[in-house]
Design a protein around this ligand. Structure first.
Ligand SMILES: NC(=O)c1ccc[n+]([C@@H]2O[C@H](COP(=O)([O-])OP(=O)(O)OC[C@H]3O[C@@H](n4cnc5c(N)ncnc54)[C@H](O)[C@@H]3O)[C@@H](O)[C@H]2O)c1
Length: 422
């Protein structure tokens, strides 16, 4: 029997994946609305397991009682049990992570724990969180509890495949905790397990993985900015540069969003002594480049409108893509949403279309066609299913707005419209 505590973008797919492997899973989320959405097949998480959508799998596993979901922990029997915590650290701002969600969870969990239970934390934690914050809370209860930390590295939209292919980093509070956690994880179809000598090492490795990707994307954004001046498209430049086996430049875009990457540097800085916070100039510059990208996009929109004799405060702007990354329904900290809000603040009339983001999202139109009707400019902020077809139809039907600002390098050169890449 396994408990997954937190049924969000990570916890629910993980709970389903473990249930599919044949273990009975109790999925707990304090958010009653989420529990109701899961049980009624209305949960909006874009993940597929061998072609079957996550919500269908959840309904089926609940029907078979392999997955039992609840808004609070109920513990039948007194067998030692595994609790996997996917509740993350909260983030008030990029530089202000906090522990309240994890501490609230432990307040509820600790009184229910029994000797020889195993807790595995899987969220992204600032270095030192396990040893300094979580372990002391658990130890207060004077029970023999095994505690491990195994950071989650899957990415949204490919969680089910990455759960079985991504290597795990595993660390634990002591030798017996490590042994118990390793035994449990080996009972599931994970790939390899790499031991970290301390929980702090595992926490830091996870945060460093995220910062590495933030820096890589900042580099891609920088390269993409100059490529138009160098008579080479960004797509071609990256395609050619990435043919080298040791070069893997990620894709540029409208900015970096989501629940992880924008906060990684803040997690690391939080754990450094005051005098060393200036010692990460490369990562800090990269963060600033990515944080500034939405403003750069706004500047390009202004420039494009000006070329057409228009200004932002009277412009009608169509936006394609609201999610925080491609082929995804998650809009948390989405740069596309940030740009949309800036356009609205500047007086623009905005119609946004995204086939995966829920219809109740403000300024969202029910179809792409409706979003571009009478638009002065189309801003492409993400790749979502159907984008190539929408573009092709728009060009074929001669419905193109006078200007296109493309942050994802997908719009083809065309005589029908003016194209700006950013
Ligand atoms: N989303 C990603 O792509 C991704 C990838 C790798 C790692 N992570 C990390 O995994 C962790 C979870 O991320 P997520 O995207 O699933 O977040 P999420 O916000 O989607 O899910 C967290 C869930 O925990 C629930 N919760 C909060 N407090 C609770 C409590 N006391 N009891 C029960 N449930 C509670 C929330 O209601 C929410 O549903 C974070 O640390 C994140 O950094 C996320």
């Amino acid at each position: 029997m396994v408990y997954i505590l937190g049924l969000g973008h990570i916890g629910l797919p993980l709970a389903i994946w473990i249930a599919l492997s044949g273990k009975k899973v109790f999925g707990i989320d304090k958010d009653r609305t989420k529990i109701e959405e899961i049980t009624t097949g209305r949960i909006n998480i874009t993940e597929y397991y061998r072609g079957t959508p996550l919500k269908t799998l959840a309904t089926e596993l609940i029907r078979k009682e392999l997955l039992i979901v609840n808004h609070r922990i109920e513990r039948p029997g007194n067998e030692p049990t595994v609790f996997i915590v996917t509740v993350g650290m909260g983030q008030l701002r990029e530089d202000a992570p906090h522990f309240s969600a994890l501490l609230t969870l432990l307040e509820e969990l600790c009184p229910l724990l029994m000797d020889e239970d195993l807790i595995i934390f899987r969220g992204t934690l600032s270095p030192g969180t396990c040893a300094d914050i979580l372990l002391p809370e658990i130890r207060k209860h004077k029970k023999r509890i095994y505690v491990a930390y195994c950071p989650e590295t899957v990415q949204e939209t490919s969680i089910f495949s990455e759960l079985s292919t991504n290597p795990l980093i595993l660390s634990a509070a002591d030798e017996e905790s490590y042994r118990q956690a390793e035994k449990f994880l080996q009972s599931l179809p994970f790939s390899s397990i790499h031991r970290a000598q301390s929980m702090e090492a595992a926490e830091t490795a996870k945060v460093v993985q995220n910062i590495y990707r933030d820096v890589n994307i900042a580099f891609a954004n920088e390269i993409s900015r100059i490529s138009s001046e160098l008579k080479v498209t960004t797509n071609e430049l990256l395609r050619l540069a990435n043919t080298h086996p040791r070069v893997n430049i990620l894709q540029p875009g409208p900015g970096v969003g989501g629940y992880c990457l924008p906060f990684a540097l803040g997690f690391l800085l939080k754990s450094l002594p005051e005098g060393m916070k200036g010692d990460l100039p490369l990562s800090t510059t990269a963060r600033n480049i990515n944080r500034g990208k939405p403003h750069l996009v706004l500047g390009t929109v202004r420039k494009a409108l000006k070329q057409d004799g228009k200004t932002i405060d009277t412009a009608r702007i169509a936006i394609f893509g609201l999610a925080m990354k491609d082929y995804c329904s998650d809009t948390r900290h989405s740069p596309a949403v940030e740009i949309m809000n800036m356009l609205i603040e500047n007086g623009a009339q905005v119609k946004a279309y995204d086939p995966l983001v829920p219809p109740e999202f403000p300024y969202r139109t029910p179809s792409f066609k409706e979003s571009i009707k009478d638009a002065d400019l189309l801003l492409i902020t993400g790749k979502q299913p159907g984008i190539e077809i929408y573009i092709w139809e728009m060009l074929f039907n001669k419905e193109c707005p006078p200007s296109i600002v493309d942050t994802r390098n997908i719009f083809p050169p065309s005589e029908r419209t003016k194209l700006y890449r950013v």
